[in-house]
Write a protein that binds this ligand. Structure first.
Ligand SMILES: Nc1nc2c(c(=O)[nH]1)N[C@H]1C(S)=C(S)[C@@H](COP(=O)(O)O)O[C@H]1N2
Ligand SMILES: [Mo]
Length: 309
């Protein structure tokens, strides 16, 4: 078989960046010679995303293997085990799917997922640092959230943006348990949401987003702890005051609104000075703003980041 979907590819086959690049070229080559025209319908339902541009956002560090990115997940709507979401979200249906953008905007809009996929997508290699103390380097596919914020035209009183995950305990079995206040809610200040680094992600590693990574569409804010990057979103609402996130509600002393990656501000129960890059043995130093200080630090000029953690 020439064109295979990720589910058909043994995780052991995908080990590092080199193989990923090779595989990507291989798939492109197969499509170019028209092989797909002769394959049965199921095989042609490729999960590869077409027309991806390279971007200037490239962390120059080894990519975390596809296998780890897609089997070591936090997605409490499916499981609180790291390996659970890959298994339990396998048959999660992500069609039909819409994202409503409303609240304090002049032009509220609802985007169908197929329309979001028609935006000009680019590949961005970002670090992701979880508050638990591990990190990954992931090649996301998507575009700046600001492309959408521009279209809906925030009003003068819009100061914050709230993101909401799908609420559907039938499809998201973890929502049958009161682990968090469902649906999962997160928020950003408007300027953070408008920052070009803030990504609306629709894929990774050349493919549509695997369910366990937040299919079909999620947020990625690489200078903040991973939990700010809301998965499987259905609503983006512009509001006047800071949204109360699910994590703030669960443990306000542990999870602040900003949650910028900060090696100098420990979590009350553990240090944030170092992190384990998944796949590595020795810990690395955690960088302020996860290494994105040059791009984002000015948004917090004059703020006491120990108070506004
Ligand atoms: N809806 C929702 N979004 C979520 C989570 C979650 O449990 N539910 N977990 C967060 C956490 S803690 C992290 S570290 C990242 C993990 O993203 P990844 O599995 O794609 O690496 O997703 C974040 N987004
Ligand atoms: Mo996390």
């Amino acid at each position: 078989m020439l064109i295979r979907r990720p589910a058909d590819i043994a995780p052991s086959e995908i080990t590092d960046q080199t193989i990923y690049r090779q595989r990507r070229n291989f798939i492109t080559g197969a499509a170019a010679i028209g092989v797909s025209a002769f394959l049965p319908t199921q095989a042609t339902a490729s999960t590869k995303l077409p027309n991806i541009k390279k971007s200037a956002y490239q962390v120059n560090e080894a990519l975390t293997p596809f296998k780890d990115v897609t089997t070591y997940n936090n997605f409490y709507e499916f499981s609180t085990d790291k390996s659970g979401p890959a298994i339990i979200a396998r048959n999660f249906t992500t069609r039909p799917w819409t994202v409503t953008v409303d609240g304090l905007v002049h032009k509220p809009m609802t985007f169908d997922i197929e329309d979001l996929l028609k935006f000009s997508l680019e590949e961005r290699v970002y670090r992701l640092r979880c508050v638990e103390g591990w990190s990954m380097v992931i090649p996301w596919l998507g575009f700046s959230l600001n492309e959408i914020l521009k279209r809906v035209q925030p009003t003068g009183s819009a100061k914050y943006v709230e993101f909401t995950t799908l609420l559907d305990p039938e499809r998201m079995p973890g929502q049958r348990y009161p682990v968090l206040n469902w649906p999962y809610v997160e928020g950003l200040r408007l300027d953070e949401a408008q920052h070009p680094l803030t990504l609306l992600a629709l894929g990774l590693y050349g493919e549509v987003l695997p369910n366990q990574n937040g299919a079909p569409v999620r947020i990625v804010t690489p200078w903040k702890y991973g939990f700010k990057s809301t998965k499987s979103i259905v609503r983006i609402r512009l509001v006047e005051s800071p949204p109360v996130s699910s994590w703030m509600r669960a443990a306000p002393s542990e999870y602040g609104f900003y949650s910028n990656v900060n090696p100098d501000v420990d979590h009350p129960r553990w240090s944030q000075a170092r992190e384990r890059r998944i796949g590595e043995f020795l810990k690395r130093k955690t960088l302020p703003f996860n290494g994105y200080g040059d791009q984002v630090a000015s948004m917090y000029a004059g703020m006491d980041l120990k108070k506004y953690f």
